[in-house]
Every structure is written in C-alpha cells, then in structure tokens.
Write a protein that binds this ligand. Structure first.
Ligand SMILES: [Mg+2]
Length: 263
C-alpha cells in the first residue's frame, strides 16, 4: 500500500532494493543530506524552495530519535540554518568540515584561513569570466558551480586544478554540476563515523539518505554496519535501497514517524 502510494524507482542493480523498511526512531541514528533529498535542487544554492512543513517534520524526527538526527550537507552551516529557521538538530556542514551540535559551529579540521581566503578570491574572480558560473565560499573551501551551463565543466576543473598545483593540503571533489575545493581528509562519511561514536548516536542503527556522489562513502559505511543506506535518484550507488526523489523521502520520513517499524 505504502509503496504504491509513494512510487519507488525501479531497481537499477541487483543489490539495490526498492522496498525500504520503516525505521524505529528510538533505535535509529538518522542522517539526511539536504539538497536533492529534503528540497529539490535549484539552479543556484539560494534558489531552493523550502516548504513550511519541512522544519516541523525535521524537529519531530529530532524528538523521536532523542536527538540522534543530523543533517549532513555540503553547504556551509550558516547557509543551511538560514534556510531552516527553528531547526533544532545537529548539522554537519561543508561536507564534514564543520559541525554544530547545538552549541555553536566548530570546524573539524585545522584550516589555514588565509589560504582559504585566497582560494575564495581566485575562484570568485574566475567565476566572473562567465555569467553561468557561481562561486560559493565556504569556511573551509570554495565551490565552483556550473549547473547553468554544463559545457563549462572542463574549464572549471582545469582552473581549479591549476590553482591547487602550488597549494598543498586541499583537494578537488566532484559534486552535482559543481567542483569543490576542500581540505584533505574532510568528508561526510568521516563526520558520520565520528558522530556514531558519540552520544546520542552511538549504539543505534544508522539510516542515511543521500543523492550526491559525496554521499556514497557514507552510504557504504552505513551499509557496512547493517544500517539502511538510501540513494535518492538514478546512478550507481553503494547504498542498499533507492528512492525516486524528494517527495518520496519526505513521505518516508513522515511514514516512519507514524508507523510501527518494519526493520
Ligand atoms: Mg544532495
């Protein structure tokens, strides 16, 4: 009945299942990516549409999991919190470069802020070469978006590669229609592993929902510890379940809050 209601994607590989079980919030450590999972992707980072019911749904999940719920985003935490006023849960931002457990934002790596500032300056100047580029500064790095013209992908990559040639300690990550410069060793899965070792997440079964390449190592980790790893959308995944899109995710979260768990 539920599966008919929210219409899951066809399986795309023999290891991905479509019948996602409801989770028991009291025994779950819940990790949710934001863009493409809780809100539809937009042309620009600030162009997203956040429905009024989203923050109440997320706060209900924070309560039901006794606080063992984190949003795990590539965005800077300040950007995410700006789009979700009143959200009371943990936020991992900048792909794991920052974390806010509710007591303020901490960076998880020692970054040379002067170097980050220089990288932001260079990428921002480069983005002015073409109106389709968008530079998105982060506290620990910078993103170069080319969603508005995917043909710019090659030049975007070459530029970032060139500027990193003489700057140590940073690396380029592939994202959806964007490349990101991040400090080495920063990742969403490292942040998830860290939280899984801390209260109130420890001892619980992880459920992770993500749509991006940067979510794949976290999906692989959650699967490896017998968790539920849900890939949203098409493409290869390390996850063990798949959903079509944002509407499915929201329906699934609301359903798990109201139904007896099936996992
Ligand atoms: Mg995403």
């Amino acid at each position: 009945m539920y599966y008919e209601m929210i219409g899951f994607a066809q399986d795309q590989g023999n290891t991905v299942l479509s019948d996602v079980p409801a989770f028991a919030p009291g025994e779950t450590a819940l990790f949710l990516d934001f863009d493409g999972v809780l809100v539809e992707l937009a042309e620009t980072p600030d162009g997203i549409d956040v429905p009024p019911k989203l923050v109440p749904l997320l706060n209900a999940l924070v309560d039901a999991t006794d606080g063992a719920m984190a949003l795990v985003t590539g965005r800077a935490i300040s950007s995410l919190r700006g789009h979700l006023p009143g959200f009371r849960g943990v936020v991992v931002g900048s792909h794991g470069g920052e974390i806010d457990r509710g007591a303020g934002i901490e960076t998880t790596v020692n970054v040379d802020t002067e170097t980050v500032g220089r990288l932001v300056e260079l990428v921002t100047a480069f983005a002015k070469c073409d109106a389709a580029y968008i530079a998105e500064p982060k506290p620990t790095g910078v993103v170069l978006h080319f969603r508005r013209n995917p043909d710019l992908r090659g030049s975007a990559y070459h530029f970032l590669e060139t500027i990193l040639h003489d700057i140590a300690g940073f690396e380029i990550h592939h994202s959806k229609m964007a490349f990101e410069i991040r400090p080495e060793g920063v990742s969403k899965d490292a942040a998830v592993r860290r939280l899984m070792g801390e209260a109130p997440f420890d001892g619980r079964r992880p459920v992770y929902i993500g749509d991006d390449i940067t979510d794949e190592p976290a999906l692989a980790y959650c699967r490896s510890v017998e968790g539920v790893a849900i890939k949203v959308g098409e493409g290869h995944t390390e996850g063990n379940f798949r959903m079509d899109g944002v509407a499915d995710v929201r329906a699934y979260l609301a359903w798990s809050l109201s139904e007896p768990a099936t996992m």
